[in-house]
Design a binder for this molecule. Structure first.
Ligand code: TEU
Length: 545
C-alpha cells in the first residue's frame, strides 16, 4: 500500500480527509538539554511524522507564557516562549512541515490570558485604565465574592484586587483571568493576533474552551452564553477570511444539536467540534470517579453522533489528548494485550466519519504512569489532592483517582528509544519518563512491522484510499452486545464492516452475510477464526456495483 497520498489542500474542506497529530511540545523532544521539549525537537522529528502519514500537527501552546498551566496561560499572543525557542524556529518549523505536506495548527486560548499579559497588568492598575474592560470585573468586599461560582481547577472563580475593590473572574486558575468578549476592542486585539499567525503560514487553530467565551457570570453561565454564536461568526469573518483555514473548537458543552450549530458549514462558525461525550461515559459525575465502561452506551453514543452530524456538521475523532489518560490503560489492557488492544481501539475510531486526532505516543501504545504525589506537576492534580484530603477521603483512594485520570498520564515524555530518558532529553526531564520505555518506544516500533505504529500508518492510508471511511453513512450492528462493537459504513458501491472485541475473552460474532468473501483491509490477528479472539479487530470491505 502506498505510504502516503498527499491531500489537495487547495480544497477548502481538505481537513475532512485529514488526520491530525497532537504535539504537547514540552514533552515531545528536547534538543538543548534542559529537560523541556522545544521547537527544534519537533523539526527533528518531522520525518517520523511524515512516515506515520499525518497531514497536520495540532501544536499545544508555544506562546510566551509563565507556564502556570503549561502554556494555556498566554502572556503574549504574538511571541514564542523562550523555553520552546525563537520566532525563527517557529518559522522554520512551519516551512519544514509544509515541505512534508504537514500543516501546523496552533492552539489558541481566547477565553482567558495569563495574569502576566500586559493587558491584565494594565487592567488591574485602575478602573479607568483603557484595558480594564478587557477582563471581567465585579465590585465586592474582601470576604464577599460576587457569587459562589467555582473555578474548574478548584476554589472560587473570583479573585479580589484590594486597591480596585473589585473581583476578577477566572474559570480556571487565578493566574488565568477571563477575557471580556463583550468588549469589541478586546475582540479586535485577538483577531489581529490571529492574522499575525495566518500571515506566517499557520493553517488552522485549535480553539481552547471556545464555548466558554460568552460567559455571563451574573447568571452563572459559563458555556453557551447568549452571544456565543454571534461572537463565533464575527471571529470567523474577521480572523479567518481566507478559505482553507481549519478551526477545531474545544466544546465540552456540545450536544449533537449544538455541534450542528457550531460546525454546519453554512453558519460559518467552526470547521469542527472536539466534544467529549464518549470519553466521559466511564465516570460518575466528576472525572475522578471512574465507573466501568458500559459498551452498549458507548456504541449508542457513537451511533448518535455519527448519524446526527452526517452531512450536517463535522466531528473530531479522538480518545486521547493532553488532558486525558492513555486510552490503552483506560479501555484496553496495558499489560498482556497492550498491542492487540491498542490496535483494536484504533480500528474502532479510525473506521468512523470525522477527523481523527492521534495524541503523541498513542501510535506507540504508550500507557499511564503511577507516580508519588510529589512527582506530579499538573496544578489540577495537586488541587484535587488537597481538596479531597481536606474532605477526609483516604489518601490511597485519591491516588487511585490520580493514577487513573490525572492529566500528567498524557504528559510524560515521548518515548523515542532505549537511551537514557528515552531519547527525549540528555537531562532529567520536567516530568518522569515512564519506566516501560525500554520496551515501548518509537525505535522498537519502527523496527517491528507488527507494531502499533505501523498499524496506525495503515489506518491513515486506508482513510485516504477508501472514500467510504471519510464519507459513508453509519449503521450499528448488535447494539446490545456487551463485548463486541461492530458497525457498517456505506458509500456508493463501497461497504465497510468494522468489528472490534472490547474484551480479553474469546467471543462469538456472526459477520453479516453481505460480507461473505469480503476483502480484509486490516486486522490485528494474522489469520481469521470463527470466534473473535481477545481484543481482535478487523476491517472488511466489499465493493458491489
Ligand atoms: O481544557 C478545558 C477544560 O475544561 C479542562 O480543564 C478539563 O476540564 C480538564 O482538563 C479535565 O481534567 C483546556 C485545555 O485543554 C487544558 O489543558 C487547559 O488547562 C484549560 O483549557 C485551561 O486553558
Amino acid at each position: 500500500m502506498a505510504n502516503r497520498t498527499a491531500l489537495d489542500k487547495t480544497q477548502p474542506d481538505w481537513w475532512k480527509q485529514a488526520v491530525f497529530y497532537q504535539i504537547y511540545p514540552k514533552s515531545f523532544q528536547d534538543t538543548d538539554g534542559d529537560g523541556l521539549g522545544d521547537l527544534q525537537g519537533i523539526i527533528k522529528r518531522l520525518d517520523y511524522l511524515q512516515t506515520l502519514g499525518i497531514d497536520g500537527i495540532w501544536l499545544s501552546p508555544v506562546f510566551a507564557s509563565p507556564q502556570a498551566d503549561n502554556g494555556y496561560d498566554i502572556s503574549d499572543y504574538c511571541a514564542i516562549d523562550p523555553m520552546f525557542g525563537t520566532m525563527d524556529d517557529m518559522e522554520h518549523l512551519i516551512r519544514a512541515a509544509k515541505k512534508r505536506g504537514i500543516s501546523i495548527i496552533m492552539d489558541l486560548v481566547l477565553n482567558h490570558s495569563s495574569d502576566e499579559h500586559p493587558w491584565f497588568l494594565e487592567a488591574r492598575k485602575s478602573r479607568e485604565n483603557p484595558y480594564h474592560d478587557f477582563y471581567v470585573w465585579r465590585d465586592g468586599t474582601p470576604d464577599t465574592p460576587p457569587n459562589d461560582m467555582q473555578a474548574v481547577f478548584g476554589g472560587s472563580a473570583w479573585t479580589y484586587v484590594p486597591h480596585l475593590r473589585q473581583y476578577y473572574f477566572h474559570q480556571f486558575l487565578e493566574k488565568q483571568p477571563d477575557l471580556n468578549w463583550e468588549n469589541p476592542a478586546l475582540r479586535n486585539a485577538l483577531y489581529q493576533a490571529i492574522r499575525f499567525w495566518t500571515d506566517k503560514g499557520i493553517e488552522g487553530f485549535r480553539l481552547d474552551v471556545i464555548d466558554q467565551i460568552a460567559k455571563e457570570p451574573d447568571r452563572k453561565i459559563t458555556a453557551n452564553g447568549s452571544r456565543l454564536h454571534e461572537f463565533l461568526q464575527e471571529l470567523h469573518r474577521e480572523a479567518f477570511p481566507q478559505a482553507g483555514i481549519v478551526t477545531v473548537g474545544e466544546t465540552w458543552s456540545a450536544d449533537i444539536d449544538r455541534a450542528r450549530l457550531f460546525s454546519a458549514p453554512e453558519r460559518k462558525e467552526l470547521s469542527m467540534v472536539f466534544q467529549f461525550e464518549h470519553i466521559c461515559l466511564d465516570q460518575a459525575g466528576e472525572k475522578w470517579d471512574a465507573i466501568p465502561l458500559d459498551l452498549p452506551r458507548l456504541k449508542d453514543c457513537v451511533r448518535r453522533w455519527q448519524q446526527g452530524l452526517h452531512t450536517e456538521g463535522w466531528n473530531s475523532l479522538f480518545f486521547n489528548n493532553h488532558d486525558l489518560p492513555r486510552i490503552v490503560s483506560r479501555w484496553g489492557d496495558d499489560t498482556t494485550y497492550r498491542v492487540a488492544s491498542a490496535k483494536m481501539l484504533a480500528t474502532m475510531l479510525h473506521g468512523l466519519q470525522g477527523t481523527p486526532y492521534i495524541y503523541q505516543g498513542e501510535e506507540l501504545g504508550m500507557t499511564n504512569i503511577r507516580l508519588p504525589i510529589t512527582a506530579y506537576v499538573d496544578p489540577e492534580i495537586h488541587n484535587l489532592y488537597r481538596d479531597r484530603l481536606a474532605k477526609g477521603v483516604p489518601e490511597e483512594e485519591i491516588m487511585q483517582s490520580i493514577w487513573a485520570r490525572g492529566r500528567d498520564n498524557a504528559r510524560t515524555p515521548m518515548q523515542w528509544n532505549t537511551e537514557p530518558f528515552a531519547g527525549f532529553s540528555t537531562a532529567e526531564p520536567w516530568l518522569p519518563v515512564n519506566p516501560n520505555y525500554q520496551t515501548i518506544n518509537a525505535q522498537a516500533a519502527l523496527d517491528d512491522p507488527d507494531s502499533v505504529f505501523w498499524y496506525y500508518q495503515k489506518l491513515i492510508a486506508l482513510r485516504k484510499r477508501y472514500p467510504v471511511i471519510g464519507r459513508g453513512d453509519f449503521t450499528l450492528l448488535c447494539p446490545q452486545d456487551t463485548r463486541v462493537f461492530a458497525y457498517v459504513r456505506r458509500w456508493n458501491e463501497q461497504k465497510l464492516c468494522v468489528i472490534c472485541n472490547f474484551t480479553a475473552e474469546t467471543v462469538p460474532f456472526a459477520v453479516p452475510e453481505d460480507f461473505d468473501g469480503a476483502e480484509t483491509l486490516l486486522a490485528n490477528y494474522k489469520d481469521t477464526g470463527a470466534m473473535l479472539r481477545p481484543y481482535e479487530a478487523k476491517m472488511l470491505l466489499v465493493t458491489a456495483p
